[in-house]
Design a binder for this molecule. Structure first.
Ligand code: KMH
Ligand code: ZN
Length: 437
Protein backbone atom coordinates (compact mmCIF):
# COMPACT_ATOMS: atom_id res chain seq x y z
CA UNK A 1 0.00 0.00 0.00
CA UNK A 2 1.53 3.33 -1.05
CA UNK A 3 2.16 5.43 2.06
CA UNK A 4 3.09 2.48 4.26
CA UNK A 5 6.07 3.28 6.43
CA UNK A 6 8.54 1.36 8.58
CA UNK A 7 10.90 2.69 11.24
CA UNK A 8 14.22 1.82 12.90
CA UNK A 9 15.83 3.28 16.01
CA UNK A 10 19.60 2.82 16.35
CA UNK A 11 22.30 4.12 18.69
CA UNK A 12 25.53 5.03 16.93
CA UNK A 13 28.43 3.42 18.73
CA UNK A 14 32.18 3.97 18.75
CA UNK A 15 32.35 1.20 16.10
CA UNK A 16 30.28 3.39 13.77
CA UNK A 17 32.62 6.38 14.13
CA UNK A 18 34.88 6.72 11.10
CA UNK A 19 36.42 10.18 11.17
CA UNK A 20 38.00 12.59 13.63
CA UNK A 21 35.95 13.57 16.69
CA UNK A 22 33.98 10.30 16.43
CA UNK A 23 32.12 11.49 13.33
CA UNK A 24 30.02 8.76 11.71
CA UNK A 25 30.28 8.45 7.93
CA UNK A 26 27.29 8.94 5.66
CA UNK A 27 27.55 5.37 4.42
CA UNK A 28 26.41 4.20 7.87
CA UNK A 29 23.16 6.14 7.46
CA UNK A 30 22.70 4.66 3.99
CA UNK A 31 23.10 1.21 5.55
CA UNK A 32 20.16 2.04 7.85
CA UNK A 33 18.13 3.19 4.84
CA UNK A 34 19.04 -0.10 3.17
CA UNK A 35 17.71 -2.05 6.16
CA UNK A 36 14.46 -0.07 6.05
CA UNK A 37 14.08 -0.66 2.32
CA UNK A 38 14.62 -4.37 2.91
CA UNK A 39 11.89 -4.45 5.55
CA UNK A 40 9.42 -2.75 3.21
CA UNK A 41 10.26 -5.24 0.45
CA UNK A 42 9.88 -8.22 2.77
CA UNK A 43 6.50 -6.95 3.95
CA UNK A 44 5.34 -6.23 0.41
CA UNK A 45 6.95 -9.01 -1.62
CA UNK A 46 8.22 -11.66 0.77
CA UNK A 47 11.72 -11.09 -0.60
CA UNK A 48 14.68 -8.96 0.42
CA UNK A 49 15.01 -7.51 -3.09
CA UNK A 50 17.87 -5.30 -4.22
CA UNK A 51 18.58 -1.59 -3.97
CA UNK A 52 18.93 -0.29 -7.54
CA UNK A 53 19.60 3.45 -7.26
CA UNK A 54 19.24 6.56 -5.17
CA UNK A 55 17.83 9.48 -7.13
CA UNK A 56 18.67 11.90 -4.32
CA UNK A 57 20.65 11.77 -1.09
CA UNK A 58 21.14 14.73 1.23
CA UNK A 59 23.31 14.71 4.34
CA UNK A 60 22.01 17.58 6.41
CA UNK A 61 23.70 17.37 9.83
CA UNK A 62 26.68 15.50 11.30
CA UNK A 63 26.18 12.26 13.24
CA UNK A 64 28.53 11.27 16.08
CA UNK A 65 29.11 8.18 18.18
CA UNK A 66 26.53 8.24 20.96
CA UNK A 67 23.76 9.80 18.82
CA UNK A 68 20.38 8.06 18.70
CA UNK A 69 19.04 7.92 15.16
CA UNK A 70 15.39 7.38 14.28
CA UNK A 71 14.96 6.53 10.62
CA UNK A 72 11.88 5.94 8.55
CA UNK A 73 11.11 4.73 5.05
CA UNK A 74 7.88 5.19 3.19
CA UNK A 75 6.64 3.48 0.04
CA UNK A 76 6.01 6.07 -2.69
CA UNK A 77 5.24 4.03 -5.79
CA UNK A 78 4.97 0.43 -6.96
CA UNK A 79 5.90 -0.59 -10.52
CA UNK A 80 6.00 -4.08 -12.06
CA UNK A 81 9.26 -4.84 -10.27
CA UNK A 82 10.36 -1.43 -8.96
CA UNK A 83 9.47 0.02 -5.57
CA UNK A 84 10.18 3.70 -5.00
CA UNK A 85 10.81 4.82 -1.41
CA UNK A 86 11.58 7.92 0.56
CA UNK A 87 13.89 7.90 3.59
CA UNK A 88 14.52 10.24 6.46
CA UNK A 89 16.86 9.93 9.47
CA UNK A 90 16.62 12.15 12.52
CA UNK A 91 18.85 12.52 15.56
CA UNK A 92 16.89 12.55 18.83
CA UNK A 93 19.61 12.20 21.48
CA UNK A 94 23.17 13.45 21.30
CA UNK A 95 26.36 13.48 23.31
CA UNK A 96 27.12 17.09 24.29
CA UNK A 97 30.74 17.01 23.18
CA UNK A 98 29.92 19.97 20.91
CA UNK A 99 29.75 22.06 24.10
CA UNK A 100 33.49 21.81 24.70
CA UNK A 101 35.30 25.14 24.38
CA UNK A 102 38.45 25.82 22.42
CA UNK A 103 40.50 24.61 25.34
CA UNK A 104 38.37 21.46 25.60
CA UNK A 105 37.18 22.39 29.10
CA UNK A 106 33.53 23.07 30.00
CA UNK A 107 33.24 21.17 33.23
CA UNK A 108 30.89 18.66 31.52
CA UNK A 109 31.59 14.95 31.82
CA UNK A 110 32.66 13.32 28.56
CA UNK A 111 29.65 11.04 28.98
CA UNK A 112 27.17 13.95 29.23
CA UNK A 113 24.29 13.54 26.74
CA UNK A 114 20.98 15.21 26.09
CA UNK A 115 17.58 14.59 24.56
CA UNK A 116 17.08 17.13 21.78
CA UNK A 117 14.04 19.36 22.18
CA UNK A 118 13.40 19.17 18.43
CA UNK A 119 14.79 16.15 16.52
CA UNK A 120 17.37 17.15 13.90
CA UNK A 121 17.00 15.75 10.39
CA UNK A 122 20.43 14.33 9.52
CA UNK A 123 19.72 12.78 6.12
CA UNK A 124 17.01 12.41 3.49
CA UNK A 125 16.93 10.27 0.38
CA UNK A 126 14.69 8.94 -2.36
CA UNK A 127 15.59 5.63 -4.00
CA UNK A 128 14.28 2.68 -5.94
CA UNK A 129 14.55 -1.03 -5.17
CA UNK A 130 13.68 -3.97 -7.38
CA UNK A 131 12.17 -7.36 -6.74
CA UNK A 132 12.10 -9.53 -9.90
CA UNK A 133 8.54 -10.57 -10.68
CA UNK A 134 9.39 -14.27 -10.24
CA UNK A 135 10.45 -13.61 -6.63
CA UNK A 136 7.39 -11.56 -5.63
CA UNK A 137 4.85 -13.15 -3.27
CA UNK A 138 1.68 -14.03 -5.17
CA UNK A 139 -0.98 -12.90 -4.76
CA UNK A 140 0.61 -9.65 -3.62
CA UNK A 141 -0.25 -8.91 0.00
CA UNK A 142 1.22 -6.40 2.38
CA UNK A 143 2.10 -7.89 5.77
CA UNK A 144 1.76 -5.16 8.36
CA UNK A 145 1.13 -6.65 11.82
CA UNK A 146 3.38 -5.32 14.54
CA UNK A 147 4.55 -2.25 12.60
CA UNK A 148 5.58 0.62 14.89
CA UNK A 149 3.85 3.06 12.55
CA UNK A 150 1.80 2.71 9.42
CA UNK A 151 -1.85 2.72 8.52
CA UNK A 152 -4.48 3.45 11.15
CA UNK A 153 -4.92 0.69 13.75
CA UNK A 154 -8.37 -0.08 12.41
CA UNK A 155 -7.00 -0.79 8.93
CA UNK A 156 -6.89 -4.47 8.01
CA UNK A 157 -3.56 -6.18 8.68
CA UNK A 158 -3.25 -7.34 5.08
CA UNK A 159 -4.19 -5.04 2.23
CA UNK A 160 -3.74 -5.05 -1.52
CA UNK A 161 -1.58 -2.25 -2.90
CA UNK A 162 -3.50 0.25 -5.04
CA UNK A 163 -2.41 1.47 -8.46
CA UNK A 164 0.47 3.90 -8.80
CA UNK A 165 0.25 7.60 -7.83
CA UNK A 166 -1.52 9.91 -10.26
CA UNK A 167 0.87 12.78 -11.00
CA UNK A 168 -1.73 15.57 -11.21
CA UNK A 169 -1.57 17.78 -8.12
CA UNK A 170 -3.95 20.64 -7.40
CA UNK A 171 -2.32 23.30 -5.26
CA UNK A 172 -4.58 25.76 -3.47
CA UNK A 173 -3.33 29.05 -2.07
CA UNK A 174 -5.21 30.42 0.95
CA UNK A 175 -3.90 33.95 0.74
CA UNK A 176 -5.95 36.11 3.13
CA UNK A 177 -7.89 34.22 5.81
CA UNK A 178 -10.41 35.77 8.16
CA UNK A 179 -8.46 36.01 11.39
CA UNK A 180 -4.95 37.03 10.35
CA UNK A 181 -3.78 40.60 10.96
CA UNK A 182 -1.02 42.89 9.68
CA UNK A 183 0.36 42.86 13.22
CA UNK A 184 1.00 39.13 12.83
CA UNK A 185 2.56 39.51 9.39
CA UNK A 186 3.19 42.59 7.25
CA UNK A 187 2.93 40.33 4.16
CA UNK A 188 -0.85 39.87 4.47
CA UNK A 189 -2.65 41.26 1.37
CA UNK A 190 -5.72 43.32 2.28
CA UNK A 191 -6.84 45.64 -0.51
CA UNK A 192 -8.34 44.25 -3.76
CA UNK A 193 -5.17 45.23 -5.62
CA UNK A 194 -2.89 43.53 -3.09
CA UNK A 195 -5.01 40.38 -3.07
CA UNK A 196 -5.03 40.23 -6.89
CA UNK A 197 -1.24 40.68 -7.06
CA UNK A 198 -0.74 37.92 -4.52
CA UNK A 199 -3.15 35.60 -6.39
CA UNK A 200 -1.14 36.16 -9.58
CA UNK A 201 2.14 35.45 -7.77
CA UNK A 202 0.65 32.20 -6.40
CA UNK A 203 -0.56 31.19 -9.87
CA UNK A 204 2.94 31.79 -11.16
CA UNK A 205 4.32 29.61 -8.36
CA UNK A 206 1.99 26.69 -9.18
CA UNK A 207 -1.39 27.32 -7.53
CA UNK A 208 -4.54 26.44 -9.49
CA UNK A 209 -7.08 27.53 -6.83
CA UNK A 210 -7.26 30.66 -4.70
CA UNK A 211 -9.21 30.10 -1.49
CA UNK A 212 -10.55 33.57 -0.86
CA UNK A 213 -11.56 35.67 2.12
CA UNK A 214 -11.86 39.41 1.66
CA UNK A 215 -11.44 42.41 3.92
CA UNK A 216 -13.26 45.72 4.08
CA UNK A 217 -11.50 49.08 4.00
CA UNK A 218 -11.05 48.70 7.77
CA UNK A 219 -9.07 45.46 7.25
CA UNK A 220 -11.78 43.39 8.96
CA UNK A 221 -13.15 40.20 7.40
CA UNK A 222 -16.36 40.77 5.44
CA UNK A 223 -18.63 38.44 3.49
CA UNK A 224 -20.11 41.34 1.53
CA UNK A 225 -21.06 40.23 -2.01
CA UNK A 226 -20.02 43.63 -3.36
CA UNK A 227 -16.55 43.41 -1.87
CA UNK A 228 -16.11 39.83 -3.12
CA UNK A 229 -17.22 40.97 -6.60
CA UNK A 230 -14.63 43.76 -6.51
CA UNK A 231 -11.80 41.45 -5.40
CA UNK A 232 -12.77 38.66 -7.82
CA UNK A 233 -12.80 41.16 -10.71
CA UNK A 234 -9.34 42.38 -9.65
CA UNK A 235 -8.01 38.80 -9.56
CA UNK A 236 -9.59 38.02 -12.93
CA UNK A 237 -7.68 40.90 -14.50
CA UNK A 238 -4.43 39.27 -13.35
CA UNK A 239 -4.84 35.48 -13.58
CA UNK A 240 -7.06 32.55 -14.51
CA UNK A 241 -7.09 30.72 -11.15
CA UNK A 242 -10.19 28.96 -9.88
CA UNK A 243 -11.54 31.22 -7.13
CA UNK A 244 -13.06 29.43 -4.16
CA UNK A 245 -14.63 31.92 -1.74
CA UNK A 246 -15.22 31.08 1.89
CA UNK A 247 -18.71 30.37 3.18
CA UNK A 248 -17.17 29.99 6.64
CA UNK A 249 -16.33 33.66 6.99
CA UNK A 250 -15.19 34.49 10.51
CA UNK A 251 -16.33 32.75 13.68
CA UNK A 252 -19.69 34.12 14.90
CA UNK A 253 -21.07 35.31 11.55
CA UNK A 254 -24.69 34.53 10.73
CA UNK A 255 -25.63 32.12 7.97
CA UNK A 256 -27.04 35.02 5.96
CA UNK A 257 -23.71 36.86 6.07
CA UNK A 258 -21.65 33.78 5.34
CA UNK A 259 -23.31 32.95 2.02
CA UNK A 260 -22.74 36.51 0.70
CA UNK A 261 -20.02 35.56 -1.84
CA UNK A 262 -22.29 32.99 -3.51
CA UNK A 263 -24.06 35.94 -5.16
CA UNK A 264 -20.90 36.20 -7.32
CA UNK A 265 -21.62 32.71 -8.69
CA UNK A 266 -18.12 31.36 -8.02
CA UNK A 267 -16.80 28.16 -9.57
CA UNK A 268 -16.10 26.68 -6.14
CA UNK A 269 -16.91 27.49 -2.52
CA UNK A 270 -16.07 26.00 0.85
CA UNK A 271 -18.66 23.96 2.73
CA UNK A 272 -17.78 23.48 6.39
CA UNK A 273 -19.06 20.07 7.42
CA UNK A 274 -19.48 20.37 11.18
CA UNK A 275 -19.07 22.34 14.38
CA UNK A 276 -15.71 22.44 16.16
CA UNK A 277 -13.71 24.20 18.82
CA UNK A 278 -11.68 26.71 16.80
CA UNK A 279 -8.97 27.65 19.24
CA UNK A 280 -10.77 29.24 22.15
CA UNK A 281 -13.86 29.95 20.03
CA UNK A 282 -16.59 27.71 18.68
CA UNK A 283 -17.07 27.60 14.89
CA UNK A 284 -20.72 26.63 14.63
CA UNK A 285 -21.94 24.66 11.63
CA UNK A 286 -25.19 23.01 12.69
CA UNK A 287 -26.60 20.24 10.53
CA UNK A 288 -29.54 22.34 9.25
CA UNK A 289 -27.15 25.23 8.47
CA UNK A 290 -24.77 22.95 6.58
CA UNK A 291 -27.66 21.76 4.44
CA UNK A 292 -28.84 25.30 3.75
CA UNK A 293 -25.36 26.44 2.69
CA UNK A 294 -24.88 23.27 0.61
CA UNK A 295 -28.18 23.89 -1.19
CA UNK A 296 -27.17 27.47 -1.98
CA UNK A 297 -23.76 26.35 -3.27
CA UNK A 298 -25.47 23.82 -5.51
CA UNK A 299 -28.06 26.32 -6.69
CA UNK A 300 -25.37 28.76 -7.82
CA UNK A 301 -23.54 26.00 -9.72
CA UNK A 302 -20.39 25.98 -7.56
CA UNK A 303 -18.42 22.87 -6.61
CA UNK A 304 -18.28 22.50 -2.81
CA UNK A 305 -14.94 22.00 -1.14
CA UNK A 306 -15.83 19.83 1.84
CA UNK A 307 -13.92 21.23 4.83
CA UNK A 308 -13.48 18.46 7.41
CA UNK A 309 -11.84 19.34 10.73
CA UNK A 310 -12.94 16.13 12.45
CA UNK A 311 -13.64 12.51 11.53
CA UNK A 312 -17.38 13.05 12.02
CA UNK A 313 -17.31 15.81 9.43
CA UNK A 314 -16.30 13.29 6.78
CA UNK A 315 -19.28 11.13 7.71
CA UNK A 316 -21.49 14.22 7.52
CA UNK A 317 -20.24 14.99 4.02
CA UNK A 318 -21.02 11.42 2.98
CA UNK A 319 -24.53 11.84 4.44
CA UNK A 320 -24.99 15.03 2.41
CA UNK A 321 -24.10 13.10 -0.72
CA UNK A 322 -26.44 10.25 0.22
CA UNK A 323 -29.25 12.76 0.76
CA UNK A 324 -28.52 14.35 -2.62
CA UNK A 325 -27.72 17.75 -1.08
CA UNK A 326 -24.31 17.68 -2.74
CA UNK A 327 -23.43 15.93 -5.98
CA UNK A 328 -20.48 13.67 -6.68
CA UNK A 329 -17.61 13.66 -7.42
CA UNK A 330 -16.86 14.86 -3.89
CA UNK A 331 -13.78 16.92 -3.05
CA UNK A 332 -12.65 16.72 0.58
CA UNK A 333 -10.32 19.15 2.32
CA UNK A 334 -8.90 17.74 5.56
CA UNK A 335 -8.06 20.66 7.83
CA UNK A 336 -5.58 19.35 10.37
CA UNK A 337 -4.16 20.83 13.52
CA UNK A 338 -6.78 23.44 14.47
CA UNK A 339 -6.50 23.74 18.25
CA UNK A 340 -9.48 21.83 19.71
CA UNK A 341 -10.00 19.68 16.61
CA UNK A 342 -8.31 16.71 14.96
CA UNK A 343 -4.50 16.76 15.27
CA UNK A 344 -2.07 16.98 12.34
CA UNK A 345 -0.55 13.51 12.53
CA UNK A 346 0.45 10.92 9.95
CA UNK A 347 -1.83 8.22 11.38
CA UNK A 348 -4.78 10.64 11.39
CA UNK A 349 -4.31 11.41 7.71
CA UNK A 350 -3.94 7.73 6.83
CA UNK A 351 -7.27 7.11 8.55
CA UNK A 352 -9.09 10.10 7.05
CA UNK A 353 -8.10 9.22 3.51
CA UNK A 354 -9.27 5.65 4.10
CA UNK A 355 -12.79 7.13 4.46
CA UNK A 356 -12.70 8.81 1.05
CA UNK A 357 -14.97 6.94 -1.38
CA UNK A 358 -13.65 5.92 -4.77
CA UNK A 359 -14.10 8.60 -7.40
CA UNK A 360 -13.68 11.37 -4.83
CA UNK A 361 -10.65 13.64 -4.50
CA UNK A 362 -9.07 14.97 -1.32
CA UNK A 363 -6.53 17.48 -0.12
CA UNK A 364 -4.90 18.66 3.07
CA UNK A 365 -4.69 22.04 4.75
CA UNK A 366 -2.72 22.02 7.99
CA UNK A 367 -2.16 24.73 10.53
CA UNK A 368 1.10 26.44 11.51
CA UNK A 369 4.22 24.30 11.64
CA UNK A 370 2.22 21.31 10.45
CA UNK A 371 1.51 22.89 7.07
CA UNK A 372 4.68 21.71 5.38
CA UNK A 373 4.96 18.12 6.73
CA UNK A 374 1.26 17.31 6.37
CA UNK A 375 0.84 18.75 2.88
CA UNK A 376 3.99 16.89 1.85
CA UNK A 377 2.56 13.66 3.26
CA UNK A 378 -0.68 14.34 1.37
CA UNK A 379 1.28 14.74 -1.86
CA UNK A 380 3.06 11.44 -1.27
CA UNK A 381 -0.25 9.72 -0.58
CA UNK A 382 -1.89 10.97 -3.78
CA UNK A 383 -3.84 13.87 -2.26
CA UNK A 384 -3.89 17.56 -3.12
CA UNK A 385 -2.56 20.37 -0.96
CA UNK A 386 -3.42 23.82 0.31
CA UNK A 387 -0.81 26.22 1.62
CA UNK A 388 -0.79 29.95 2.33
CA UNK A 389 -0.82 32.58 5.01
CA UNK A 390 -4.38 31.78 6.15
CA UNK A 391 -3.04 28.59 7.72
CA UNK A 392 0.63 29.39 8.32
CA UNK A 393 2.66 32.59 8.21
CA UNK A 394 6.17 31.10 8.51
CA UNK A 395 8.41 29.77 5.75
CA UNK A 396 10.63 28.19 8.41
CA UNK A 397 10.95 28.45 12.16
CA UNK A 398 11.07 32.11 13.16
CA UNK A 399 11.08 33.46 9.55
CA UNK A 400 7.90 34.99 8.13
CA UNK A 401 6.89 33.90 4.62
CA UNK A 402 6.91 36.91 2.29
CA UNK A 403 3.34 36.20 1.22
CA UNK A 404 1.70 32.91 0.20
CA UNK A 405 3.60 32.53 -3.08
CA UNK A 406 6.86 31.30 -1.48
CA UNK A 407 4.85 28.63 0.35
CA UNK A 408 3.23 27.59 -2.95
CA UNK A 409 6.62 27.54 -4.68
CA UNK A 410 8.08 25.31 -1.98
CA UNK A 411 5.13 22.91 -2.19
CA UNK A 412 5.42 22.78 -5.99
CA UNK A 413 9.15 22.05 -5.80
CA UNK A 414 8.58 19.28 -3.28
CA UNK A 415 5.78 17.78 -5.39
CA UNK A 416 8.18 17.25 -8.29
CA UNK A 417 10.60 15.33 -6.08
CA UNK A 418 7.90 12.75 -5.36
CA UNK A 419 6.55 12.40 -8.87
CA UNK A 420 3.66 14.86 -8.67
CA UNK A 421 3.13 17.78 -11.05
CA UNK A 422 1.14 20.91 -10.09
CA UNK A 423 -1.62 21.41 -12.65
CA UNK A 424 -2.78 24.67 -14.21
CA UNK A 425 -6.34 25.97 -13.61
CA UNK A 426 -7.84 24.49 -16.82
CA UNK A 427 -6.59 21.02 -15.85
CA UNK A 428 -7.80 21.50 -12.25
CA UNK A 429 -11.26 22.42 -13.61
CA UNK A 430 -11.30 19.12 -15.50
CA UNK A 431 -10.16 17.09 -12.49
CA UNK A 432 -12.79 18.68 -10.23
CA UNK A 433 -15.42 18.64 -12.96
CA UNK A 434 -16.04 22.34 -12.56
CA UNK A 435 -18.61 23.53 -15.04
CA UNK A 436 -19.52 19.94 -15.94
CA UNK A 437 -21.96 19.11 -13.15
N1 KMH B 1 -12.34 31.46 9.38
C1 KMH B 1 -12.72 30.17 9.84
C2 KMH B 1 -13.60 30.28 11.02
C3 KMH B 1 -13.71 28.57 5.33
O1 KMH B 1 -13.07 29.43 4.76
O2 KMH B 1 -14.72 28.07 4.88
C4 KMH B 1 -13.44 29.41 8.79
C5 KMH B 1 -12.73 29.21 7.52
C6 KMH B 1 -13.27 28.14 6.68
O3 KMH B 1 -11.79 29.89 7.16
ZN1 ZN C 1 -10.92 30.03 4.92
Amino acid sequence: MIGTSVALRVRMSAHDAHYADELVDGARILAIFGDLATELLIRLDGDEGLFRAYESVEFLAPVFAGDYIEARAELLAIGASSRKMRFEARKTITNVRGGFGADGETGLARSAAEVLREPVVVARAVGTCVVPEALQRKPRELYLPGLPAGPAPSAPAIVTPPADLAPDLILTAAIVGAELTREQTPHLPLTPGEVADEAARCREAGAAIIHLHVRGDDGQNTQSADRYAEVIAAIRRKCDCIIAPSTGGAVGMSLGERVGPLACRPEMATLNCGTLNFGDQVFVNSRPEIRKIAAKIRACGAVPELECYEVGHVEEALSLAAEGVIAPPLHFQFVLGVKGAIPARDDVLHYLRSLVPSGATWGVAAVGRFQQPMTELAMRLGGHARVGLEDNIFIRKGALAEGSAPLVARAAAYARTVGREPVDPPRARKLLQIGAR
